[in-house]
Design a binder for this molecule. Sequence first.
Ligand code: HEC
Length: 168
Amino acid sequence: MMKKFFTVNLCIMWGILAALMLMAAMLVLHHRDIPAEVETHRRNLIGTGMTTADRIAPVAKFVMAGAAKASTEPAQASVVVQVKDRDGQQVYQASCVACHSTGIAGAPKVGDKGQWATRVAAGTEALYRNALVGTQSPTGVMPAKGGNPSLSDQEVKAAVDFIIAQNK
Ligand code: HEC
């Protein structure tokens, strides 16, 4: 009789112990990856697929070449800014279209072959020069580089090429 009670009690105790251990294990598993989980949830909520680190990252980084070298010479920082020339169409859309699409202020309209025929006949070099330094006639003023001095000569020439191509 005693022995049977003992066995039953032992079984119940083991059962309770096993249940407790299972709960403990689940608790640990559930909380183990919390920071990663939070990040995933946040990313899903914001919906851009970016991490916090992505969102707060600086928009640009630049490295001072040589700055990290331990030397007695003054650190030589070389900042190479590579500005890629925009192509003719992009330049035209950004800096020339205002006057040349509608023919505002006496500008020859792009696409109006008649208005360009004599100008194109003067030669591409003449068109480049007048676009670069500007030109004027009684009917209108073409500002140097279309009024955008930040354009490189190459970009202005590309825009002229684009204009010429539109009038062919
Ligand atoms: C503020 C208005 C204006 C803008 C902006 C402008 N132009 Fe002009 N452009 C003119 C006018 C006006 C003429 C005609 C000038 C004339 O009759 O002498 C002209 C003439 C020209 C000519 C013909 C020059 C010649 O020898 O007959 C070219 C080429 C030209 N523009 C290119 C450009 C390019 C490339 C841009 C953009 C980078 C540009 N223009 C932006 C007003 C403009």
